[in-house]
Every structure is written in structure tokens, then in C-alpha cells.
Design a protein around this ligand. Structure first.
Ligand SMILES: Nc1ncnc2c1ncn2[C@@H]1O[C@H](COP(=O)(O)OP(=O)(O)OP(=O)(O)O)[C@@H](O)[C@H]1O
Ligand SMILES: [Mg+2]
Length: 631
């Protein structure tokens, strides 16, 4: 049998051999011997076409499996936020080594300090490569260049055509490894407006989605499949970006640029911020001054967010600026983020350098937890997956039922198209010599058996996941109810406090106060109990939802009762107080109580107006003052 070079090419492409296999295979072809059973599937020119289409199809599923198995991997504990410093060439007064920069006696530590001679390649290899590789394994990533104007942010991210920066090197690296479709979008935030740097559309709106977080509505995502398309995009973006000449930088970026590469649901953001600047130093006037103000404002918002994150605060002010809204994802847990702080080391820049170093130090305190990178599947995703798997299982079972034993399996079929097996197995089978075919038939049967088992396992796994989700949702529901009721109790407690602070406490009233606390403790205990109950229930049974609904109803009823009890006790306190107060004071207090206890907004407004009317007739009572402050 002889093979021409085109056929050899086709076969090799279809087989996707590694280098060693490739060389061996080539030698066999050259010697015109039939190809050996070198791979799992042995193919000949005759079936190479079929094999190719099979190969294309299976490549997708192999990739998918690989992706899934990778996403299930528990990643080793590495920090998800890394901070680097890059010192710009030129006069340098800084005292530094590979890990820290010393200013007077204060050391500022980094994951790595890049000396002035560091090349663009060094920066990519150490700062970006791992993030890009992780991105290929479905971990979100973000690389941010931060620093004083003129310190080299744009140089680090984009570089020059002869000496490209992180962005182009990222694309080169991606195309050398990735076969999947990727999308690119490039935006800038200029004077607090969002511009699409690819399509040129201005003033795009930011929207918020429960699952997607903040996103830019209408931002163009361009499908790219080769490096040249990316270079073109970068050129368009560069032409569209707002730049201006300042005293410190002839081509100063006047906007924050976010380039996003997306693959499936995974995103990699590459961010070139505008530089922080002291307006008197840059000589900014007019338009440039207005730009500088906006730039400094959004950078200070970013600084504030970083500070709150580093202090572990509950509330992080992401919403303060568009920049922080768009970087919110990257600063949270699921993303591998690196910040490169660029520094202009001349002594005249010491103030700015120290301020950049302080920003870096705060960022280093942020604790970012490891989470598995894949987006959590929703209930609907899982349901869809399970339906598909069940269908596959049904088909496998049908095929299996046609043959009850291996011997039957072996002798029943005259042509291979009759063999009840998956298309991929059939193709493998077809490519075999007759002798191999006979040996392979029982193997086929076993493989089909295994497929069935695998499918069943998968389905069971998803069922367990579904159950977990179901329970989580129910518990959330119950928690929300309890929180609502707790809020009401807290409000009542406040009213009570106002009352006693104006009127003083007697024993009876003290007792009521402790009852308020007890009620809340009781509610929390109940929640604990319910959580335990829910976790021990089988959420796949239809009775699960009914039980949850009953639980919520009971809880609501019980709490309603509690609140009513409390309200009547409060009323009693009022009566006590009434004895010592004027009729007008009493009326005011009474209305104030109603206002807090009333859940209905309209009613509240009516009552507030009533209070106002009464107030005009009398001096303001402290409890009303309190309520006014509360508003
Ligand atoms: N590491 C470096 N090696 C060589 N040249 C550099 C380096 N860093 C910066 N430069 C040069 O310094 C000048 C200013 O750099 P760049 O425009 O990147 O600053 P920037 O931080 O982006 O400033 P801005 O905030 O004003 O946009 C450019 O001419 C750039 O080529
Ligand atoms: Mg710049």
C-alpha cells in the first residue's frame, strides 16, 4: 500500500499524535509499510475522511471533558492577588531588591520588584503567563497596570510594535495553546463615560445583572481566531483612545482602558489605567484639567475599594465609580488578579512614588480566597444537563437490550452498521483488520457497559448537586422570612427604647425589654433548627417543597403571634406612661408607635402626616424627634 504526502498529512492530522508518535509514524509511511497499531485507533486512507469528521466531533467533547475535570481540580492554595512593581529606566534614587522597595526606613513588599533592566518578556513570563494559562483552564483573570502618569503603564500593557507588552504577548500565547473561540472587547472610561474603542460607539450604559454583575450594554465583542485580527483591533483601539500631551508624558492616556478576552463564561481583563497626577505638575488646564479631575476621582474610588477590601470590611463601595463597578468581579474571589505598579524613580517623583507604594501595600493585605473557577451551575443548567444525560442513557440501554450476551453480540451482525454501539466505537471498529475486529467485539460490549455505568454515575452526581441547590434555595427563603420578622422586632425595640428613654423605666417595663431580646434569640434558634431539618430532608421528593412551604407558614404565624404579643405589651406601657403625661403627649407617642409597627408604606405616610399635624399644636416630643432623625 502506498501513501502520498497529502494522505499522510490527513492521517497525521486526524490522529493528532505527539512528537514521538509523529516521527515513528512518518518513518512507517516512508517505508510504505501499512501503519502499525500505533494509536488506539488505527486508520487507513480509506476511512481517513470519516475518521477526520469523527476526530473533529470528539475533539470538542474531549476538550469539554478536559475542561470539566480541570475545573473540578482543587487548586493548590496560592494567593489570588499578586502585586508587582516595575521601575522605569532612568535616574533612580530608589533603594530596592527583588522583593521590596525601601523608602527611608519603610519597606514596601511585593511579589516581585522588576528592576529597570527588566524586559517586556520578563514581565510577561513572570506576571502574566500563569494567569493566561489559568484562563485557559477556566479561571477568570485580571492584570492591572497602576501608577503615576508617565511611569510606564501603557508601555507595560501595550509596548511598542517592535517590543510588545503584555496584551500582544497574551494573544500570542493564547493562540499557541487554545483552539476554542475567543471574543475580544475593548472599552475606555473617559470622563466617566464608557466608549467602545472598537465600534467607536460613545456613552454606553452600565447595567447590572444578578448573575453577570455589572456589564456594558451594547459593547461589541469581536470573535478573533488569529493574531493578525487582534493586532488590527489593537490598532483601531489605539487610534480611538483619548490621549493628550502633558508636561510629564507626550502621549498620556486620558482614560482607563479595559480589554476583555472571553472564552465561554471565563474572562480575562487587561487593564491600562490612566495615571494619577498632581495637576500642578502636569500643567493641566481646561479640558486636560477636567480629565485629570475625573481620572483622580475614579482612582481614589479604586483606592478606597482596595482599602475596604484590605480591612475586610463588610461593605465595599464598588458602586462609587464606573471603574470600580467594572473591576468588581476581578477584585472578588473568583479571579486571579495581578496589579503591576509602575514607578518613575526620579527623586522629584518621590511623593507620587510613595503614594503608589502605599496603594500597593494596601492591596497586598486583601485576602482573596480560592474558589473553584467554574461559575456555579444554576438549577436550570443542572436540569438541562440531566435531561440530556437521561436521553443518552436511554439510547445506550436500548442498544444494550438488543444483545443479551457477548456471544450473541459477536455473531449477530453481518455489517458493522448494525452493531448497536455509539458512532465513535463503530468508527474505531471499522478501522480494524478482520482479526482485530473479532477480538474487539467483546470489548465493544464491555465498553458499552462502561458507558452506561458512567452515564448513570453522572446522573446520580447531578441529582445530588440538584438536591443541594434545592436545599440551599429553601434555606435562603426561610432565612429571608426570619430576617424580615427580625427587622420588625428591631423596629419595635427602637420605639420601646425611645419611650423608656423619655419616660424612665419601671420594673414592669424592664421585663418587657428583656422579652424583646428573648424573642429575637428564640427566632434565631428556630432558624438553626429549621436549617438542620432542611439539611436532613430528601429534597428530591415531591413532599420536600410542601414541607418547606409549611415550615415558612408556621414560622410566619408564630412570629406574627410574637409580634402581636409585643405590640400589646407596648400598648400597656403606653397606658402606664399615659398616667403621667398630658393627653397630647400620649397621642403623639401612640402615633409614633403605630408608625414603627405598621408595615404598610401608605399607612406610614398617613400617620406621619397626622404626627406633623399634632406637632404643630405642641412642642416636639423626643420620640417624634427620634423618628424624624430616623427618616
Ligand atoms: N520600562 C520602560 N522602558 C522603556 N521605556 C519606557 C518604560 N516605561 C515607560 N517608558 C517610556 O516612557 C514614556 C511614558 O510611558 P507610558 O506612556 O507607558 O506611561 P503611562 O504610565 O501610561 O502614563 P499615562 O498615565 O500618562 O498614560 C513612553 O515614552 C514610554 O515608551
Ligand atoms: Mg498610559
Amino acid at each position: 500500500m502506498s501513501y502520498n504526502s497529502r494522505t499522510i498529512d490527513l492521517i497525521l492530522k486526524a490522529q493528532e499524535p505527539n512528537q514521538k508518535q509523529f516521527t515513528t509514524f512518518q518513518q512507517f509511511f516512508k517505508s510504505n509499510n501499512p501503519p502499525p497499531l500505533l494509536f488506539e485507533k488505527n486508520i487507513t486512507p480509506k476511512n481517513v475522511k470519516a475518521q477526520r469528521s469523527f476526530s473533529n466531533k470528539t475533539q470538542d467533547s474531549i476538550k469539554e471533558t478536559k475542561r470539566k475535570s480541570l475545573s473540578q481540580l482543587k487548586y493548590p492554595e496560592y494567593r489570588m492577588l499578586k502585586i508587582y512593581a516595575r521601575i522605569k529606566p532612568g535616574e533612580c534614587q530608589l533603594n530596592y531588591d527583588k522583593q521590596s522597595i525601601l523608602i527611608e526606613t519603610n519597606p514596601y513588599n511585593f511579589d516581585r520588584v522588576f528592576e529597570q533592566s527588566a524586559t517586556q518578556g520578563d514581565i510577561f513570563d513572570i506576571v502574566a503567563k500563569q494567569t493566561v494559562d489559568d484562563f485557559l483552564n477556566n479561571i477568570n483573570g485580571c492584570l492591572i497596570a497602576y501608577g503615576q502618569t508617565g511611569s510606564g503603564k501603557t508601555f507595560t500593557m501595550f509596548g511598542e510594535s517592535s517590543n510588545p507588552g503584555i496584551v500582544l504577548r497574551t494573544f500570542t500565547h493564547l493562540f499557541s495553546r487554545n483552539q476554542e473561540t475567543i471574543y475580544v472587547s475593548i472599552l475606555e472610561i473617559y470622563k466617566d463615560h464608557v466608549y467602545d474603542l472598537v465600534s467607536g460607539v460613545q456613552d454606553l450604559k452600565l447595567k447590572e445583572d444578578l448573575q453577570l454583575g455589572f456589564y456594558v450594554d451594547g459593547l461589541k465583542k469581536i470573535k478573533v481566531d488569529k493574531l493578525e485580527s487582534c493586532q488590527e483591533l489593537l490598532q483601531i483601539a489605539e487610534e480611538n483612545r483619548h490621549v493628550a500631551e502633558t508636561k510629564l508624558n507626550a502621549l498620556s492616556s486620558r482614560s482607563h482602558l479595559i480589554l476583555t478576552i472571553q472564552m465561554g463564561k471565563t474572562k480575562l481583563h487587561l487593564v491600562d489605567l490612566a495615571g494619577s497626577e498632581k495637576v500642578n505638575k502636569t500643567g493641566a488646564i481646561g479640558e486636560t484639567l477636567q480629565e485629570a479631575k475625573k481620572i483622580n476621582y475614579s482612582l481614589s474610588c479604586l483606592g478606597h475599594v482596595i482599602q475596604c477590601l484590605s480591612q475586610g470590611q463588610d461593605h465595599i463601595p464598588y458602586r462609587d465609580s464606573k471603574l470600580t463597578k467594572l473591576l468588581m468581579d476581578s477584585l472578588q474571589a473568583d479571579c486571579r488578579t495581578s496589579i503591576i505598579v509602575t514607578l518613575s524613580p526620579e527623586s522629584k517623583n518621590q511623593d507620587e512614588t510613595v503614594s503608589s507604594l502605599k496603594f500597593a501595600q494596601r492591596a497586598r493585605f486583601i485576602k482573596k480566597e480560592i474558589r473553584i473557577a467554574t461559575q456555579k451551575k444554576t438549577y436550570r443548567d443542572l436540569e438541562l444537563e440531566i435531561t440530556q444525560l437521561k436521553q443518552e442513557l436511554l439510547e445506550t440501554k436500548q442498544r444494550m437490550s438488543q444483545t443479551s450476551s457477548v456471544s450473541q453480540f459477536q455473531c449477530r451482525y453481518t455489517t458493522d452498521s448494525e452493531i448497536p454501539c455509539t458512532e465513535s466505537l463503530r468508527l474505531t471498529y471499522r478501522s480494524m483488520t478482520n482479526e482485530n475486529k473479532e477480538n474487539y467485539l467483546p470489548n465493544l460490549k464491555t465498553q458499552e457497559n462502561n458507558t452506561q455505568l458512567e452515564l448513570e454515575n453522572k446522573i446520580n452526581q447531578i441529582l445530588v448537586e440538584l438536591q443541594g441547590l434545592n436545599k440551599e434555595q429553601s434555606l435562603d427563603n426561610v432565612k429571608r422570612q426570619v430576617a424580615k420578622i427580625n427587622e420588625l422586632t428591631i423596629d419595635m425595640k427602637k420605639t420601646y427604647k425611645v419611650l423608656v428613654s423619655t419616660q424612665g423605666l419601671n420594673n414592669n417595663q424592664l421585663q418587657i425589654q428583656s422579652q424583646f431580646i428573648e424573642t429575637q434569640q428564640e427566632q434565631n434558634k428556630q432558624l438553626q433548627k429549621i436549617a438542620e431539618q432542611i439539611s436532613s430532608m430528601d429534597s428530591s421528593k415531591p413532599s420536600f417543597n410542601i414541607a418547606i412551604n409549611n415550615m415558612i407558614k408556621n414560622l410566619q404565624q408564630q412570629q406574627k403571634q410574637n409580634i402581636e404579643d409585643m405590640q400589646s405589651k407596648l400598648e400597656k406601657v403606653y397606658y402606664d406612661i399615659k398616667k403621667n403625661t398630658t393627653v397630647q403627649d400620649y397621642n403623639l407617642n401612640h402615633l409614633a408607635l403605630k408608625l414603627v409597627a405598621s408595615p404598610n408604606r401608605q399607612q406610614q405616610q398617613q400617620q406621619q402626616q397626622q404626627i406633623k399635624r399634632s406637632q404643630s399644636k405642641t412642642n416636639i416630643n423626643p420620640s417624634v424627634k427620634y423618628l424624624k432623625n430616623k427618616k
